[in-house]
Design a protein around this ligand. Structure first.
Ligand code: 5AD
Ligand code: FES
Length: 344
């Protein structure tokens, strides 16, 4: 029965809501699902795995998402910002390690005005004309997104977190809304960014219906990248008593996403690697084709504390590079150092 669903999903890239529910809620044996996802990934991308050098440049955030360890309301968080020079030094180190995509990720930090973001983006663009620049700095106006794009940014990551507005309202304070988040994603697409969206698996109050809504929203948006990871509890948040999500279910959804979106760039996320020691390897085998080694200076790594026990906080950038290459190989794939643009 499950195999029929897998075959149908592979052939038509879609299932009815009832069928998706059955697959999402199905029991442990995901072998057929995983091998179908791997076959589709190999048809589109072979055994190649793309690297994205991640620079977490500020953990200041004006938002108060209930799940996140760097929420404004967490007074325990030790805050930091990298200077333009420090960010450029991270890029130089990443370039030497072979990275041709830099991801600048941060909280929604008003210190980084549009002028400053454009200045940093333009400097990276000038020094590394052949590299992709990805921004992941949250919700902004369309005008701001346009300015960053004009300064040289190519890609933007902004997870929709959950597509159901009622569920969204349970995870965020009143002044944030699912509509605003979706508006941002459509703006980014229209401007011409390669857009990444995604959601957490097993976030508090999430139902299978919510996950189906996430898949439906992604079908509408047709993003270039989809990042998913398990929700992981952080002790200094209003959700400190909520259990973490399941790695098993996250892996199942990675495979479902690969079958629904054969072309998509799909990272084996740090959150998955945090929940399971071989989580990223298993993510790759389930259909993922991107890894995002950390490029932030080791002095600040521990402070980008989104969730408990986040990995890669003690390692130097070069160590993460080595470590990930070994993991990718062990999983049966090959690291490549090109930009890794989406192949539709
Ligand atoms: N567990 C897992 N993922 C989290 N994120 C934020 N907090 C957590 C958490 N506690 C994810 C969100 C955000 C991304 C940068 O990190 O999905 O978009
Ligand atoms: Fe950072 Fe393994 S990837 S230590």
């Amino acid at each position: 029965m499950k195999n029929d669903l897998v075959n149908k999903l592979r052939a038509s890239r879609d299932l009815s809501d009832d069928e998706l529910r059955e697959l999402i809620e199905s029991g442990r044996d995901d072998d057929a699902l995983r091998s179908a996802a791997d076959a589709v990934r190999r048809e589109h991308y072979g055994d190649r795995v793309f690297l994205r050098g991640l620079i977490e440049f500020t953990n200041y955030c004006k938002n108060n998402c209930y799940y996140c360890g760097i929420r404004a309301g967490n007074a325990e968080a030790v805050r930091y910002r990298l200077s333009k020079e420090e960010i450029l030094a991270c890029c130089a180190e990443g370039y030497a390690l072979g990275y041709r995509t830099f991801v600048l990720q941060g909280g929604e930090d008003p210190y980084f005005t549009d002028d400053l973001i454009c200045d940093i983006t333009a400097a990276i663009r000038k020094t590394y004309p052949e590299c992709a620049i990805t921004l992941s700095i949250g919700e902004k106006s369309r005008e701001s997104y346009q300015r960053y794009y004009d300064a040289g940014a190519n890609r933007y990551l902004l997870r929709h977190e959950t597509a159901n507005p009622l569920h969204y309202a349970k995870l965020h304070p009143e002044k944030m809304s699912s509509d605003d988040r979706k508006r941002c994603l459509w703006d980014l697409k229209e401007i011409g960014y390669q857009v990444g969206s995604g959601f957490m698996v097993g976030s508090p109050f999430q139902t299978t219906g919510d996950l189906i809504a996430d898949l439906r929203f992604l079908q509408e948006l047709q993003p270039d990248m989809i990042g998913i990871g398990p929700y992981i509890t952080h002790h200094a948040t209003p959700f400190s008593d909520m259990p973490s999500g399941s790695a098993e279910l996250t892996l199942r959804l990675v495979s479902i996403l690969r079958l629904m979106f054969p072309y998509v760039l799909l990272p084996a996320t740090t959150a998955l690697g945090t929940l399971l020691p071989d989580g990223r390897e298993r993510g790759l085998r389930a259909g993922a084709n991107v890894v995002m080694p950390n490029l932030s200076p080791t002095a600040v790594r521990r402070q980008y504390d989104l969730y408990e026990n986040k990995i890669c906080t003690g390692e130097e950038s070069a160590q993460c590079r080595q470590c990930l290459e070994a993991r990718v190989k062990a999983a049966g794939y090959r690291v490549v150092t090109d930009r890794g643009d989406v192949r539709r």
